[in-house]
Design a protein. Structure first.
Length: 754
């Protein structure tokens, strides 16, 4: 289609205020009478709280209150991390908030927190998956507190059915199965099997969790200013945790300094409870260590994959066992993992067994495409090994078996139209793939990935002011530049300069409904509502212009911020003047404003193929990243610059998971809770990244657009592992990869050859 603004590269609308340091974050907010909060976190993964001595803290300069669970919990039982306030008689993970100190300044609150004395009786803890499966110690001896919904549903995951069972550390065990896997494996020409381990990883956003809560005029009313990906989720969590009416909780989303699935109200209920208790505004900005200790990282996993193929290279059987370390509360990674790990390749015989385990650790949560980098590290490593066993080219094997529209996902549902094979065709044509194998100890790895994508009903309001400014009122949170794309949709519809359009991001009581910015759902969900609202406004402007010019409605058009009669140059009026006419004409049509709504019937999944080029030092095992390529079917790039940015950022995170990042625990306590000890790549560590956009339009996405945000992180770590295998012939089965690990594998291979 021919467009003026859509499909063209354009800067983001809030870029200037961010690079100039003028964007307003929750941590920048100061209110009259505001107190500063500092939590005291448990150092033990499991312990009984014998006593809490607050006297010294209460007497410290500037300290206003020292609050415990007796003050704030109200007898309610927490069933999720966002629902948790303060510990009561027992702590269940190292990093759990036990006491909250409120003071006139943040420094005074920190000094007061250091003076709180807590007497703990350390109790046996479930520290890892092996201990969880042994069931000798139970995280929840009385049964797991249950939530009404799974947190995974915010990201497009499928919740499992609840079933009654005796208390156990296996929070949920699910099996997704079709065909006869055992028979398929016994008759397969080649079978490969491996177990792949992923360390827990933190989302590593630059802005830690930050919340300001301000009591309202009457009891129970509160405004929460927060760094969040979804204000409606926060409202529901705060209201549920504190027993408030949802209508009394107003959530004002602030600029988000990075979230990647992690910012859905982890500390909001705690800060709100403190503010309501004291009757004063309270602000809490976590320190880096507090943030990493008490928030919700991606889980550690252990995934065994068994893969079989016939002599022609057709995959005939897939058997997966995934063990997921959830922490103290459920999340629901199983359905997400199963959907993709069993839905990338056509296979009639699939069995996916999942166990989601409870541990005395901070609850796990979402990190961009939750569970996918971990699952695809296992699957795509196995696919490469299967290609080698068959003597087939790894790309050819993937092309032969890649799913298409109508093929089953891992949970049995059919895929809609998808562009996976189109991405693989671009791999074949890419110079990096064609030139692989030319330099000793250098390798190129290939892996594919994708994301089914969530979608939700949304609303938007469009109005025209008398100065010609077009305002879009939305209830979504912009964490990736999505509002900049909404501006282009309205500009294209109304034929106005995008600079004349302003986005008004509403709070929970002023913005049209929109889901949280997770699961890659905002662009495809919100686009339809913005298009609907701006199209209605266009019709109103054309009606006003026809009336003003006394012309036939079909002879009037919009162009460059004006309405005009076609073929009559002197009959032109600005849309601002038309809006003024509408507002002041008695008996006329009224102000130019419209509410748009949209509710997709199905999603627009996104698929990707990723290449990673590495050099491995044969003497030390050190891996150097040389180049990376992301080839993604985006359907239609509303703003190619933003889409390419998503591909770059996702690949950088994937390489971080593959080569740098991992939480390590010592006796159940996080051993690297800061950016000095928790390694992740910086700009100097990331190689050049090629972003290749495939545009195979979706039948469901607006303008043919597909989801974009999640796929770029899904396959990069697997491609890294395959690149190492291509370079030096050893298979890494644990992430993150270290030089010591690679060197050890090379030595084992050398010893076996001797």
């Amino acid at each position: 289609m021919t467009t003026t603004y859509l499909g063209k590269r354009r800067r983001i609308i809030d870029g200037l205020e961010k690079v100039r340091g003028r964007a307003r974050y929750a941590g920048d907010l100061t209110l009259a009478g505001m107190l500063h909060a500092r939590p005291v976190l448990s150092p033990y993964p499991h312990a009984r709280v014998r006593s809490i001595d607050t006297a010294a803290a209460q007497a410290a300069p500037g300290v206003v209150a020292v609050l415990t669970g007796k003050d704030l919990n109200g007898g309610r039982v927490a069933y999720s991390r966002p629902n948790m306030i303060l510990a009561g008689e027992e702590v269940v993970f190292a990093g759990q908030p036990v006491v909250l100190v409120l003071a006139q300044t943040d420094a005074q609150a920190a000094d007061g927190a250091a003076l709180v004395e807590i007497d703990y009786e350390e109790l046996p803890a479930v520290e890892d998956a092996a201990m969880a499966l042994a069931d000798d110690v139970l995280v929840w001896p009385g049964g797991v507190p249950k939530a009404e919904t799974s947190l995974a549903s915010l990201h497009g995951g499928e919740a499992g059915a609840e079933s009654a069972h005796a208390p156990t550390n296996i929070d949920e065990a699910r099996t997704f199965e079709r065909g006869d896997v055992d028979a398929a494996m016994s008759s397969a020409h080649k079978v490969v099997e491996g177990t792949y381990v992923n360390a827990p990883v933190h989302q590593s956003y630059l802005e830690p969790h930050a919340v300001v809560a301000e009591p309202g005029l009457r009891p129970g009313q509160v405004t929460v200013y927060t760094s969040t990906q979804g204000q409606y989720t926060v409202r529901n969590e705060v209201a549920g945790a504190l027993g408030l009416r949802e209508g009394d909780v107003r959530v004002e989303p602030m600029t988000v300094g990075g979230g990647f699935g992690a910012k859905y109200g982890i500390t909001d209920a705690l800060v709100t409870a403190a503010a309501l208790h004291e009757g004063r505004p309270v602000r809490m900005v976590l320190t880096r260590s507090e943030d990493m200790l008490t928030t919700m990282p991606a889980p550690g996993t252990q995934i065994t994959v068994k893969l079989g193929a016939d002599e022609g290279g057709n995959i005939v059987g897939l058997d997966v066992h995934a063990v997921i370390e959830n922490g103290v509360f459920r999340f629901g990674h199983a359905g997400i993992i199963a959907t993709i790990i069993g839905g990338l390749y056509r296979c009639a015989n699939v069995r996916i067994r999942t166990q989601e385990l409870l541990l005395n650790r901070a609850a796990s949560g979402a990190y961009r495409a939750p569970g996918m980098p971990q699952a695809l590290f296992a699957l795509e490593s196995a696919v490469d090994d299967l290609a080698q066993a068959l003597g087939h080219d790894p790309l050819e094997l993937r092309v032969r078996n890649a799913v298409q529209a109508g093929d089953a996902t891992g949970t049995g549902r059919p895929w809609p139209d998808i562009g996976l094979k189109a991405c693989l065709a671009q791999v074949q044509a890419h110079p990096l793939w064609a030139q692989r194998g030319a330099v000793p100890n250098e390798g190129v790895g290939l892996a594919i990935g994708g994301w089914p994508g969530a979608f939700s009903p949304t609303g938007a309001v469009c109005r025209v002011d008398t100065d010609g400014t077009v305002r879009l009122h939305v209830g979504s949170v912009d964490i990736s530049g999505v509002h900049s794309s909404m501006v282009l949709i309205a500009a294209e519809t109304l034929d106005v300069d995008p600079d004349s359009i302003e986005i008004v991001q509403g709070s929970t009581d002023s913005g049209p409904y929109a889901p949280g910015s997770g699961g890659s759902q905002i662009t495809i969900s919100l686009s339809g509502a913005v298009l609907d609202a701006s199209t209605q406004v266009k019709e109103q402007l054309l009606d006003l212009a026809a009336r003003h010019f006394e012309a036939h409605r079909d002879d009037v058009e919009l162009a460059q911020g004006h309405a005009r009669v076609t073929g009559v140059p002197d009959k032109t009026i600005s849309i601002g003047k038309l809006a003024a006419l509408g507002q002041r004409t008695a008996g006329g049509p009224g102000p130019v404003v419209a509410e748009g709504r949209a509710a997709l019937k199905a999603g627009a999944p996104g698929f990707i193929a990723q290449l990673v080029h590495v050099r491995v030092d044969p003497d030390t095992g050190h891996v150097t990243l040389l180049r990376a390529v992301s080839i993604q079917d985006v359907g239609y790039a509303l703003n190619p610059m933003l889409v390419e940015g998503q591909l770059h950022g996702g690949m950088a995170q994937a390489l971080g998971i593959g080569l740098y990042e991992g939480q390590h625990f010592e006796h159940g306590t996080l051993g690297n809770p800061n950016f000095m000890e928790y390694a992740f790549p910086t700009a100097t560590d990331i190689p050049p990244i090629d972003a290749v956009l495939v545009e195979q339009p979706s039948e469901h996405g607006p303008f043919g657009a597909r989801i974009v945000g999640e796929p770029p992180i899904t396959a990069g770590a697997a491609a890294l592992a395959n690149a190492i295998k291509d370079a030096v012939g050893v298979r890494v089965t644990e992430l993150p990869v270290t030089a010591e690990m690679v060197w050890g594998l090379m030595q084992e291979r050398k010893d076996a050859a001797d």
